[in-house]
Design a protein around this ligand. Structure first.
Ligand code: ATP
Length: 249
């Protein structure tokens, strides 16, 4: 697929196949087009050319909520939480568009309303437990440490029951110990929730440790794909990151 903004080709003839259960890293210098790829997959942008297929179906041009219903979820580079609400309510809010009661059930607090609300709270708490945030459930999201806020974002993404999870710089701004914990967390949720994961990351420690395959972009195009070891030693990649004449240290 391709995506142009006026004269700028942000994504140019990009082609990628993700297999079920893979963890693939999308890397490349600033402005390479990585976030645009996420915006295209999740329906925020429509491709100028090309198609996107998910589980055998053409999802090109579907609105974001339909793509979410098909099983694709994402987190954002900049944390997007309801900071004034509790940790639990941040996750519960994701369930509400799918909830099975109507306006009158809510108004009259019918048994159906109570049962649905209890189910949503139970499912939200299960997710918080999986992400080691259950003990902070009643805390305001704004009071969480940065790493915990990132985990809460992932809990919110998981609440949509995705098959494919897109993580946009999950380890941005983290110290080496936090990066290590994030690597373990992504591995764990991948197994537990049977996910396929595509992640954008600048923290090389994270992608090298976690990803089975890396896709490197520069100027909207794929310039290399391979295992972390292959990518680490690829002169074209070094040049994209460090400029012409770069050599392996
Ligand atoms: N909505 C938009 N309108 C115009 N230009 C855009 C838009 N979104 C992205 N771009 C441009 O497309 C190019 C690719 O941007 P993108 O955000 O996808 O890069 P990136 O690889 O995610 O960069 P970073 O690592 O810095 O987040 C950049 O030149 C950017 O300025």
């Amino acid at each position: 697929m391709s995506k142009a903004f006026g004269g700028l080709k942000a994504v140019n003839n990009f082609s990628l196949r993700l297999d079920e259960g893979e963890i693939v890293g999308l890397i490349g210098p600033n402005g390479a087009g990585k976030t645009t790829i996420f915006n295209l997959i999740t329906g925020l942008y429509k491709p100028t050319a090309g198609t996107i297929h998910f589980c055998g179906e053409d999802i090109t041009g579907l609105p974001p909520f339909k793509i979410s219903q098909r099983g694709i979820a994402r987190t954002f580079q900049n944390i997007r939480l309801f900071k004034g609400n509790t940790v639990l309510d941040n996750v519960r809010a994701v369930f509400h568009p799918r909830i099975k009661y109507n306006f009158f059930d809510a108004l009259l607090r019918t048994p159906r309303y109570n049962a649905e609300e209890a189910r949503v709270t139970r499912e939200a708490m299960e997710l918080l437990e999986a992400l080691n945030l259950a003990h902070r459930a009643n805390e305001k999201a704004a009071n969480l440490a940065y790493g915990d806020q990132r985990r809460l974002e992932i809990a919110r993404a998981l609440a949509t029951h995705p098959k494919l999870l897109l993580l946009d710089e999950p380890a941005a701004g983290m110290n080496p110990a936090e990066v290590k914990r994030m690597v373990e967390l992504v591995r764990y949720i991948k197994e537990r929730f049977k996910l396929t994961v595509l992640l954008i990351e600048h923290q090389m420690g994270m992608v090298m440790n976690l990803c089975e395959r890396l896709v490197v972009m520069d100027f909207g195009q794929i310039i290399a794909t391979g295992t972390p070891l292959e990518i680490r030693n690829n002169p074209v990649v070094l040049e994209a990151y460090l400029g012409k004449g770069a050599t392996v240290a």
